[in-house]
Design a protein around this ligand. Structure first.
Ligand code: PGA
Length: 261
């Protein structure tokens, strides 16, 4: 795992944007794992602008989102399909048939989960998995006690997660209680993972996720087992990390990061 600390939210989002852009430019057939949430809105705005300015072709790019609320149709304003359409898919020229999310309104949820795993496998697996970090340390909707070997399945959402997302539903009572999420095991199989975390409110949970013991209570700690995971944060989110100076030293000295410094 590498932790990259940028001075502020804007430069953290820009670095994540540059890395994803370069990954697409290098491999036009890339399979991207995509995330939602407040943090990603800034990233998608930057990424779509950069893609359009450069005229980057997305015709052969495929995307798989991490999760979707159970019970919501793709056109529901609170669905993650709607989020993705609004913040990214409608902003760039990408083929809708190449963009995948679990169907929240599937009649057979269990089958939908199995099918989603098969689709990811058929696409050759996720090349680059984008991740946010929830207030309780979840990745996707892998809530506390999610098995670190879990696959795509239905999960009940914690009160904390529903509170965090209440703003998108006009109140906590309207937030769906369950969601389909790819599993921690599915995420760990991605070739590369990129977690983007900004803001002071994430400082404690980020430190636990990156420097604490691996535990199913905090699914993000499983990223310590990922063979190639980058964690991009701003100063505010990095505030509670014990080894900040070491992470900065690595970024300033590793040749791999030269073009991004
Ligand atoms: P946020 O969500 O970006 O809105 O904080 C992150 C998450 O819950 O994964």
């Amino acid at each position: 795992m590498e932790v990259i600390i940028r001075p502020d939210k804007e430069s953290a989002c820009q670095l994540a944007c540059d890395l994803i852009f370069d990954a697409i430019a290098l491999d036009p057939k890339i399979v991207l794992g995509l995330a939602t949430g407040g943090t990603m809105e800034n990233l998608y705005a930057r990424l779509s602008k950069k893609i359009n300015l450069a005229g980057l072709n997305l015709d052969t790019v495929r995307t798989f989102n991490l999760d979707e609320y159970i019970g919501l149709s793709p056109t529901h304003s609170g669905s993650y399909r709607s989020y993705m359409e609004k913040h990214f898919f409608s902003q760039v020229s990408i083929k809708t048939q190449n963009t995948f999310l679990p169907r929240g309104d599937a009649l057979d949820v269990e089958q939908e989960c199995l099918d989603y795993e098969k689709l990811i496998k058929k696409a050759g697996g996720i090349d680059l998995q984008l991740l946010g970090l929830g207030q309780i340390g979840h990745i996707g909707f892998n809530e506390p006690l999610s098995s670190l070997a879990s696959r795509t399945r239905a999960k009940s959402l914690t009160p904390e997660t529903r509170k965090q997302n209440a703003q998108y539903f006009g109140g906590e009572a309207n937030v769906p209680k369950r969601a389909i999420t790819v599993g921690v095991g599915t995420i760990l199989e991605s070739t590369r993972a990129l977690m983007l975390v900004t803001g002071r409110s994430k400082a404690e949970i980020l430190a636990k996720s990156v420097e604490g013991p691996v535990t199913s209570l905090i699914s993000a700690t499983a990223l310590q087992l990922h063979p190639k995971c980058m964690v991009i944060v701003d100063e505010a989110a990095a505030a509670k990390l014990v080894n900040q100076e070491y992470y900065r030293w690595v970024f300033e000295n590793e040749p791999e990061w030269e073009r991004y410094r």
